[in-house]
Structures are given as structure tokens and as C-alpha cells.
Design a protein around this ligand. Sequence first.
Ligand SMILES: [Zn+2]
Length: 584
Amino acid sequence: MAHFKNFKVVTILPAPTIVRELDHLDEDYEKITHYVPLDKVYLETFRGDSYVEREKMKSAIDFFKAKGVEVSGAITTCIPDQSAADRDKQRLFETFCWSDEKMRARMKEISEYTASLFDEIILDDYFFTNCTCEACRRNKGKRSWTQFRLDTLEEVSRDLVVGPAKKINPKCRLIVKFPNWRESYHGAGYNPEKEKDIFDAVYTGTETRATAYQDQHLPRYASYSLMRWMDNAAPGRNGGGWFDPFQCFTVDTYNEQMYFTAFSRPKEIMFFSWHNLVDNRFTGPSGMQLGKIDRLLTDLGSPAGLPVYLPFNADGENHVEDHLGMQGFAFEPTPYFPEFQEGGSVFVTESSLRDPDVLEKITDFAAQGGKVFATTGFIAKAEPAKWEEISSARLTGRHILADRYWLTDDYADYVESGTNILFPEIQHSNNRSWVLLNAGRSDFMTPIYLYDSYGKGGIYTISVPENPADLSLLPPHILDAVKKSMNAGGIYVTGRNISLFVYDNDTFLIYQNVKEPIRPEHVTVHIQNETAKLVRIGGDPSRESSGEIPLRRVESSYNLQPYCEWVADIAIEPGEFLAYRIVR
Ligand SMILES: [Zn+2]
């Protein structure tokens, strides 16, 4: 019987764990499930030089079945390093050389063997290649490494993994888990555009770890946004989100990975791995939060953030949307340009330019009445004549150090921040475009948020600091000038290091990211609606009051921004999440 209403809790036993720890399964199962109830385990047949023989695997399968835990298979596509014998085949993380006939044969054999044991198999995220051996160089020919690897992994997925597995066991569902490094997939051959349809399902790496130090430089919001991107890439076929304790350092970091994964509404929450749940000081605290998250998800609808267009195989201005997501912008990344709908919005970054037609698409979108939000990274690489059609904003190539902000018109405010932030300088044609927010010092300012009307809609240009994490240093209410228009569902929040998650049933959730200095934050929630009530949700009804939150009405006559808002002041602590329903 499922432990939670909204998701399954799962873990994986890597091949070395099964080989070495089989005698301790019972003891370790008790330890883990004391804190984290398990609905399903993935049992791995192969990883590097570890291989689980049939008899051993059968006893592991029997053990979990007897406990009422679902069982699936897993494979990690690493193979022992041969570099000592053959320097030409040096490969990071012992990933396969797909030009090597022996390795190809081994892959096929492992797929067949695993399919003979299981009706579902997941591939851990080593299913890529970085080999540059002579055979790979020859097979690559005139193609770029990226194109060669995309083509190779597409072929390998079909011919060495899914094809052979289904031949042995036609019922077998194959799942490809994609890593946390979306912006780099194509460089190593990860090909979600094709693999999502070759495999039965995808799975998402949400291991954002300690952002300031870890290897992939991922803002925590990526644990949410990559899940959403994958859900949109393969609707209904994103199997779950997967995180681990590596490079987390603190309980809050580990738990935040789980929270942000959970807020995206995963089918499964994967704690990597069995061994890391047994010997992990984070297991208890994370297990305690699962029930609370489950209650919240029962009340929340489907995620409904502002669409971010990140086409397949795109990179550039990497994770700028995630840095904004750490400061209260609610996003819904997608590899497909959104269909125009009345009141629709789309956010484009340098990555969006992977689509050669994106400028025509945003021009049409705005002409029909949509709001287009474009970063300075987008403008920098966009074809000048096509961009000039829709906005007068242009980059000078110079940079301005700012410690002062000026909000224009009768929403006017003038703030000295005391912190220097470097912005690209934008010039524009005054009164063709209108500046909503300026940044500067002494007697000079540059626009950092400006508006061009176009057709029935408009183009908003947002300047991203040279270090995008500096967004957290802006005085929080300064960002309101952006959030008034760049939001989802007419909801935004004022507050530092606050993330906002918006759902399609008039519910939303706020979370204070645990960042130095550790202190509570007074958040202002803004609802751009004529009339509204706000009610707390997701608490335990028998223990917590979930009464109405007092709102006050704020009006502005500023002609480019909404004229009426209902606002609420809410105190929140680092690591706390609070959810609300708007009653209209
Ligand atoms: Zn090779």
C-alpha cells in the first residue's frame, strides 16, 4: 500500500551495494524505513566493475517483495577504465566508448540480462560519452562532437538498450534518467529530444547540492525548474526527481533539494541511494517532512509559472531563470515555444536563440497581445535588425557599476543600496521605449528594466547583473518594479531569497531559501486582483489554524503597471514553506 497520496518514495541499490551488503538488507531496511518509508526500490545489475549474478539478484528481489516494496531494475553505464592499457580511450567517469565493439556488445548483453529480471529498468545518468579515441574521431567525420554524440546516443539508445531489452521482455519499460546538467547535455550526447521517445519514460536529476561550491553551479531552484522542463518535454512521462547527499554539507541544503523536487509534483521522489540512506545524518529530518509535503500537494494544483523557452540542446546565460527563481520569480521552463493565449507571457534568454526562428515567434506573440520578457543575454546574441523591429533597447558593450536605483513615474522610489552591482549598459530611444527601473551611481543611470509596446502586446527587456547571483543583493522591493509585470497568475512576493511556486487552482507556496545571514524575512504577498481573500492551506487541520490572512488594498495610477493590488504581510523563517489559497 502506498505511503503517500501524491508521490512514491523510492531508492536505488547500486550493484556494489547488492554484491557487498546483501546479508545486511534486513537490518538496513529497518534503519531506513524507521525514517523514510519506501514504496519502491530500483535494483542495479551493473555499474563499472560490479555485476550482480542472477541468484544474488533474485534473493534481493524476493527480500523486497516480501516487504511489500515494488521492485524495478537499474543499470549504470560505466565500464572499468582501460586508460592504463589504452591511453587513447581515456574517458571521464569511465563512460562507454560507443565506437568500441567490445563495449557495445557488453551494453547489449547487460540490457538483455536486466530485462530478463525486471519489467522496468532505469539508466543512471552516466549514459553519455566524452571519448575522443581514434575510432570515435574516425566515426565523427566532419560532424561536430556535439552532433556526433547526439547521433551516437540516439542510435545506442535504440539498438543497444531499448531494442535488445524489449526483445527479451516485451513488457519491459525503459527509463532514461537525465542528469542535473541540462545546459551541457548535448556536449556529451544526452539527447532528450530523441531519447524521450525511444525510452518509455524519462527521469530527472535534481541534485543541486551546495550551490556556491558544487561542481555544476546550480541554484537550488533548478531542482524545481528542471523537473518542470522535463515534464513539459515528455508530458506525463517524467518518472520522478532524484537527488543525493553529495556536496550538500547541511541538512537544509539536502532537504531543499527534496522540497523543490516535491513542489514540481513528481510521480516519484528518489533518494539516492540505499547506502546513503543508511549512513546519512540527513535521513531523519528529510523523512519527517514527507508527510507535510504530501498534505500540501493534496491542496496545490498543477504548476503554472511563467513559461521560459529553453529549446532542446540549448545553452547560454545558463540558469539565469534559476537565479531569478531564487528571488521570487515563478517559472515554467519548456523546450517548446508556448502557444499564444490571451494574457500569455514568455521569458526568453540567450538559450532561446538555439531556435533560429525565435525572433519571429516572439514578434508574433507580442503582436497578438502577449508579454515577452527578454534578457540582456538574449539581446546580445539576437540578430540586430530583427530585434530592432520590436524594441529600441541596445547594448553598448560597456558596463555600469550601480549602487542606486530609480523607479520611474508615480510608482517612483529612489534607493541607495550601498552594494555595488555590475550591469550591462542599455541605451534606448526615449519615448519609443519606456524605462521602468534604472540603476546607476553619481550622475549616470542605465535602464535595467524597460518596456516597448508592440501590436496588442509588449516587449520587456530585463538586464541581468554580470554575476546573476547578485540579484540577491538588490533591495527586495526594487525587484517589485519587475515583478509587477513579470509574474505568473498575478501573484508576486517581495522578499530576499524567497522562492514562489504558483499553481493553476489559485494556490501558491512561498519558501525562504536558507542563505546567510540566517534570519526570518518579512515577506509581502501581492495579488493583482480586484477582490481577493487569502487563506492558509496545507497545514494539519486538526492542529493548525488555517484562518484567513488579513489583506490591505493598494492602488497605483501608474499607467503601465496594474492599478490595484491586495497585499499581505507574512513572516517566514529560513527553511520554512507556507502555502495559501486565493479566494476570489
Ligand atoms: Zn572512443
